[in-house]
Design a protein. Structure first.
Length: 111
C-alpha cells in the first residue's frame, strides 16, 4: 500500500482509509477495472469522495441470500458523515473527522 498521507493510502486502484466504526480499513475504488468507481476531490488530508460509500456483504439465511450493510457514509472535506441512518456501528448518525490510519495497517519497512 502506498502512503498518500496519514489518513489515506492507495492500493490496486483503491483509496484506503480507516473506519473507527468498523475498526478496520475500507477500500474505495477510484481507478482500474472495477464495476463502480468513485470520484475523489480535495486533498489527501481532506478528501471528498462521491457518491456515498456503502460497504455491504451477503450471506445465506434460511436458504436465501440476504444483504447486510456493514458501513455507509459520505466522505466530504475530510469528514466521515455516518448520517445515512443504516450503520450498525456506534457512529450511526454522527459526523467525525477522518482518522489517521493506525500504524499496524501500513507495510513494514525493511532495514
Amino acid at each position: 500500500m502506498e502512503k498518500l498521507s496519514s489518513k489515506l493510502g492507495l492500493h490496486n486502484g483503491c483509496l484506503i482509509h480507516y473506519c473507527p466504526g468498523c475498526e478496520n480499513i475500507h477500500k474505495i475504488p477510484v481507478f482500474g477495472d472495477y464495476s463502480t468507481l468513485w470520484q475523489m476531490e480535495g486533498t489527501v488530508n481532506s478528501p471528498t469522495v462521491s457518491p456515498s460509500v456503502k460497504h455491504q456483504y451477503s450471506k445465506e439465511v434460511d436458504g436465501k441470500i440476504v444483504i447486510f450493510v456493514q458501513c455507509h457514509y459520505i466522505l466530504t472535506k475530510g469528514l466521515l458523515n455516518f448520517g445515512t441512518n443504516d450503520n450498525p456501528h456506534k457512529y450511526n448518525n454522527q459526523v467525525i473527522l477522518l482518522p489517521d490510519i493506525p500504524e499496524q495497517y501500513w507495510p513494514k519497512r525493511g532495514n
